[in-house]
Design a protein around this ligand. Structure first.
Ligand SMILES: [Zn+2]
Length: 66
């Protein structure tokens, strides 16, 4: 039994185990089997949790050239 330590999905807040490496080889994915958990959404979630200002929404100090 030389099973490596279970890899956990690196999506912020996700504690699901990452999907196993492909049978034909290749690196093991860093995300679980959830379709919405991938490098892009994980990055966006980190930005959101970091309190980054969202590009959308009403801006209190909107500039009006005029
Ligand atoms: Zn996940």
């Amino acid at each position: 039994m030389s099973e490596a330590a279970t890899k956990i999905c690196i999506y912020p807040g996700c504690e699901r185990p990452a999907v196993p490496a492909h049978a034909l080889g290749g690196p093991q994915p860093s995300f679980c089997d959830l379709e919405e958990h991938n490098a892009l959404t994980a990055h966006q979630e980190r930005q959101r949790r970091a309190g980054a200002p969202s590009g959308q929404g009403a801006d209190p100090s909107s500039e009006q050239g005029g």
